[in-house]
Every structure is written in C-alpha cells, then in structure tokens.
Ligand binder design. Structure first.
Ligand code: C5P
Length: 240
C-alpha cells in the first residue's frame, strides 16, 4: 500500500472539528486528534469519528507506568482507531504493555487492533537539551536507539521527520513503519516547522504516513487543499 495522508484536526472548537471531518469525509484519509482535542472534548470527538465510520490516529503520546499506559490504550481502542502512540522514553516494558493492551482489547471487541507507534525524540528538543536530560549523543543517534527498542517491543513504527525515513528503513527494514509530520506543499508557509519536506519528497523517501495540519485546516477550501496534496502524493508514488 502507498503512503497515506493523515489530517491533523488542530482546530479549537468541536463544531469546527466536526465540520472539517464532514468536509473531508469523502476523501480517503486518516484523521488525527491530539492532546488539545482529547482534553477539550475527547469523548464527543471520539464518538463523532466512530459515528462517521472514519479511521483516525490518536496522538495521545502516552508516557506513564506500564499498567496505566495499558489502561489508557485499552480505553482508546475502538472501531476506527487506526494508530495510537506512546513515548519510547517510557521504556520497553511500557511499550510492550501498550502493544499487548491494544491487541487484547481489539480481540475483545472483535476488531482489528490499532498500530502502536512510538515517538522517539520530540523534534522540539535541541541537542543541548538532550545533554541536560542526561542523554548522550545527538538526536539522530538517540532516535535510532529508541526506534530499536520500539521495534523490539512490538511497535509498528515510529513518528519521525521525513528526513530520517531512509536511515530508519535501512536499519529496520521496509516493514517498520514511519509516520512523518512537518510536511508542507511547496506554496505553503512553514509556520513553526523547521525541517520540512513536500508531500512528493516525503513519498519518494519512503514515508508510510504523512501528517498535514495547517496547510489543510487554514486553507480557504480544506477539501481542495487536501485533494491537491493527495494528487501530489499519487504522482510521486507512480514515479517511484
Ligand atoms: O500544522 P502542521 O502540519 O505543522 O501539523 C503537524 C501536526 O503533527 C501537529 O498536530 C503536531 O502536533 C504534530 N507533530 C509535529 N511534530 C512532531 C510530532 C507531532 O508537528 N514531531
């Protein structure tokens, strides 16, 4: 299967989120809800996604003791939940608990289990902050080490920059999935994203999931902006 587009539903009001889901409903997409949506109106939003029968990624970035993370994951496993993520820095046992909880809860519900993805090093962490945290080496080395732990714990893949996809695939193989934010169509402003790639560059690099937020949520016509990105992705997939 080619790369898939994930739209980050980063708008503050529940009504706006619902409208965005409705506007983009016909396109073959995965929606992403993050901490803002979860903490502001999580249950209503999850119910709406389920009611509309769409696939979604819960960007929950869980990081706690294994039992608590397992309970959190179990609560998030529902029809349509395609991906749930955790922080790799929570450790191997915690990631394994998340993977097991997802599988167990999905089989109780008779649905296919969501992928558990790991966040390695947040892209907002600068090299000097790593040292402050007591982590030796640069962000790249740490990301690869944590990705290895995530793979061994049974995670499906990692959240990473599209610039890291080639190295990750070389280390861990094509089946270890990559999910990449920081995607900007060439005409879009970068906002606070520093190391961006266009949708076609990200697809050519081998990324499995592309996360796009503001270029879609802030477009005059979100559906049109999404179609343009999907078109660009399809073009790149045909060429590669
Ligand atoms: O608007 P934009 O396309 O930059 O949105 C990207 C989305 O991906 C946001 O929801 C952001 O929180 C998320 N994200 C990110 N960088 C990461 C991890 C997640 O931009 N390293």
């Amino acid at each position: 299967m080619g790369a898939q587009l994930i739209v980050a539903l980063d708008v503050p009001q529940l009504e706006e989120v619902r409208k965005l889901i409705d506007d983009l409903y016909e396109l073959d997409l995965i929606f992403k809800i993050g901490l803002e949506g979860l903490y502001s109106h999580g249950e209503a939003l999850l119910e709406y996604l389920q009611q509309r029968d769409v696939r979604y990624f819960v960007d929950a970035k869980l990081h706690d003791i294994p039992r608590t993370v397992a309970a959190g994951v179990a609560a998030l496993v529902r029809p349509g939940a395609h991906i749930i993520n955790v922080h790799a820095l929570g450790g191997s046992e915690m990631m394994r608990a998340a993977v097991e909880a997802a599988q167990n809860r999905a089989s109780e519900l008779g649905i296919s289990g969501p992928h558990i993805f790991a966040v390695t090093i947040l892209t907002s962490i600068a090299p000097e902050e790593l040292r402050e945290l007591g982590l030796q080496g640069g962000p790249g080395e740490n990301a690869i080490r944590l990705a290895a732990l995530a793979r061994d714990a049974g995670c499906s893949g990692v959240v990473c920059s599209a610039h890291e996809v080639r190295d990750l695939k070389a280390f861990f193989g094509a089946d270890f999935l990559t999910l990449c934010p920081g995607i900007r169509p060439s005409q879009s402003p970068h906002g606070d994203q520093k190391r961006v790639m266009t949708p076609s560059q990200a697809v050519a690099s081998g990324a499995d999931y592309l996360v796009v937020g503001r270029p879609i949520t802030r477009a005059q016509d979100s559906a049109e902006a999404t179609r343009a990105i999907l078109h660009e992705m399809q073009g790149a997939a045909t060429r590669s």
